[in-house]
Design a protein around this ligand. Sequence first.
Ligand code: CTP
Ligand code: CA
Length: 223
Amino acid sequence: EKDIENKLPLKDKKILVTAGPTYEAIDPVRFIGNHSSGKMGFDIANAAANLGAQVTLVSGPTHLKTKNSAINLIRITSAEEMYHACHEYFNEVDVAIAAAAVADYRPKNVADQKIKKNDASFSIELEKTKDILASLGQIKKNQFLIGFALETENEIEHAKQKIQKKNLDLIVLNSLNDAGAGFGKPTNKVTFISKDFIIEPQDLKSKEEVALDIVNKIVEHYA
Ligand code: CTP
Ligand code: CA
């Protein structure tokens, strides 16, 4: 009995994870997106499920598959769809981790038909998408809420601002500056910052190892 508890420390926990990019339609054949592979979010979902958590993974377009068959995978396309899927599950989870690279803007109007190249120049008016993580921070009760931050300057200061603005318990700051870290790479250089602003820089690690470190933060929180 005790043995199983030690091996499956997240046995009674429900965890929501977001992953991947979002695609924002321009017309029936085009979209605005980004290069997120979804790997970080999928690795977190797998690591949490392997420790016994009941995981719901809300993912934007990616070719990845889940490794643990217990994961409830919800595939969505746009930020709006990710927002609704997250709100469907958030009230019943203990932990939420936002690893998705959500598009910040979307076309204000989506054309019904393919846009023809009639004019010499062309522009698209964009509007902000909903901030999914901030919306969860606004309604959170006891949930342990983890966000990511991608910054290129004043990294720590900007990440601290995101903790406060989005009402987070922990933020994982991604350093793009370090060689070997970031989009499409197998490795990440991250810094953990808690809501009390305790700063813990981590070594350059594989995304699987970073996922394990994040899941261990959750285990520690409930220990
Ligand atoms: N996020 C989200 N919904 C959005 C935008 C971001 O849930 N519409 C989440 C991301 O999943 C991440 C965190 O918010 O966990 C921070 O994302 P980031 O892009 O670093 O910050 P933004 O708040 O979008 O601000 P900016 O891009 O201007 O730095
Ligand atoms: Ca952003």
